[in-house]
Design a protein around this ligand. Structure first.
Ligand code: BMA
Length: 337
């Protein structure tokens, strides 16, 4: 597609794997697009929890105005976090499940984390009365789940810090205040909870105006990584230009998604210590700019810190497949100190 301006580049400390780690063809059940995946290391394996939109192909979408018939959340495991993903035979959650609560339309964009031996999922939850941010618990065998809490609308992009801070669970989140801001101007907030159910003491963390490469909205991406200097925290950032036209399968899609980086205070993570003023990961490979459902979308939901210092960043590319980028933790920190 034509070059998207202003030009934004991936920082040289980031290495992108050339081929996606998971594509739609890999799944053992219906899948048109597989993307936005949370990943953790769990019991000696890498566990991926991903989003699967299914029910239409590009020709049906573009020529016959058909739309996706469902959204599922699925689980896969791998020994090395790169290849050899083994998929559970059925999705964990399916929007066409006849037993689901009819108020809920679908769950998507999963983030997964282990806290004190409990496996927790953050999910976006579309309901008949608005978009909610949900927190759920996953069973040890990754085959079942139960909802613990869901926010009032409109909120999504929740991520949990990987441990309690000051005795409380803490999450980053992104409410969507459409009335007061006049248009998309959405920021990153934080809330605390004694039990993962009751959430409060909410505070603004970062406003969209503090991110020079965003003019629309920002949001949390993956659970932050603890370092001696602070919580290493990825964000997603959206710049919008309504003059942008046809994009991927869409007749018109004016937004570009990049990933950015910030450092939060260890003891009080509502305090921002530093924001890197340029994108960390921008859409700049052919797979990210010229192929896929919505081009120019980098949407990370998973970050794994290896003992070697390598940080694995899993991101949805073009809302189409799951890709992996890596960086050294010290290179990332040096952008922020
Ligand atoms: C956001 C979410 C994401 C998606 C992104 C780009 O609003 O819906 O799931 O990846 O848009 O389309």
């Amino acid at each position: 597609m034509p070059k998207v301006l202003p030009e934004l580049k991936t920082h040289p400390c980031i290495k992108k794997l050339e081929t996606p780690v998971v594509t739609a063809a890999d799944l053992p059940y219906p899948c048109s697009l597989v993307f936005n995946a949370g990943v953790i290391k769990y019991r000696g394996e890498y566990v991926m929890v991903f989003r699967d939109d299914y029910g239409v192909d590009r020709a049906g979408y573009e020529n016959e105005n058909k739309r996706f018939t469902g959204t599922a959340v699925g689980v896969a495991r791998s020994k090395n976090g790169v290849d050899g993903w083994v998929f559970d035979p059925v999705p964990l959650i399916d929007s066409n499940d006849p037993l689901k609560d009819p108020e809920t339309k679908r769950f998507y964009d999963p983030r997964v984390i282990e806290i004190d031996g409990r496996l927790l999922l953050c999910l976006a939850m579309d309901t008949r009365h608005g978009i909610r941010g949900a927190i759920a618990e996953l069973s040890d065998d990754l085959r079942s789940w139960r909802l613990l809490s869901a926010s009032v609308p409109e909120n999504r992009n929740m991520v949990l810090f990987p441990e309690k801070i000051g005795g409380e669970y803490v999450r980053l989140e992104r409410p969507m205040p459409v009335y007061s801001r006049g248009r998309d101007r959405f920021d990153i907030w934080l809330s605390r909870s004694p039990d993962l159910i009751y959430w409060g003491r909410s505070e603004l963390v970062l406003g969209v105006e503090s991110v020079p490469f965003a003019n629309d909205k920002i949001g949390p991406t993956a659970s932050p990584i603890k370092t001696e200097k602070g919580w290493l925290t990825l964000i997603h950032a959206v710049d919008r230009d309504d003059a942008r036209g046809k994009n991927g399968w869409e007749k018109k899609w004016p937004k570009r998604y990049t990933a950015g980086l910030m450092l939060l205070d260890l003891e009080d993570p509502s305090k921002v210590l530093s924001v890197y003023p340029e994108p960390l990961i921008a859409p700049d490979t052919p797979l990210e700019t010229d192929e896929g459902f919505r081009e120019n979308v980098i949407f990370p939901c998973g970050m794994v810190a290896e003992e070697s210092g390598e940080v694995k960043i899993y991101y949805g590319a073009s809302d189409t497949c799951v890709c992996l980028a890596t960086a050294d933790v010290n290179d990332l920190l040096s952008l922020l100190l």
